[in-house]
Design a protein around this ligand. Sequence first.
Ligand SMILES: *[C@@H]1O[C@H](CO)[C@@H](O)[C@H](O)[C@H]1NC(C)=O
Length: 109
Amino acid sequence: MGKVQELSIVLLLCMQTALALMCRECKSYSHQKCIHEMRTCTAKDGESCLTVRLWISPSSVHTPNDAYSRCQENCTTDEYYYGDYTILIKCCKKFDFCNDIAVPSDEWS
Ligand SMILES: *[C@@H]1O[C@H](CO)[C@@H](O)[C@H](O)[C@H]1NC(C)=O
């Protein structure tokens, strides 16, 4: 194989790595810790990293009562209220693991 082909293959591999967004995947959190297996998912085309947080006063967005993370297609950030609960749906693509529960949600985009 010629040097040029080798180089282009290396570049292609690098680009694929750069394009593939990795996200946290956890079915449930308690006290900011994943209470099931913490996994990694790779966001495909049209997917974002998602974390949904749910809390009721005196808990807050920083200490949600429940939360989960995953890769989500057509992800839309939203916030709504269900009785006394607040539910915050946050989508991000900014950096790998941007949906980590420890990342302050106002730093997401
Ligand atoms: C995402 O959006 C595309 C284009 O609007 C649509 O075709 C697709 O069914 C949507 N997928 C989901 C899971 O909502």
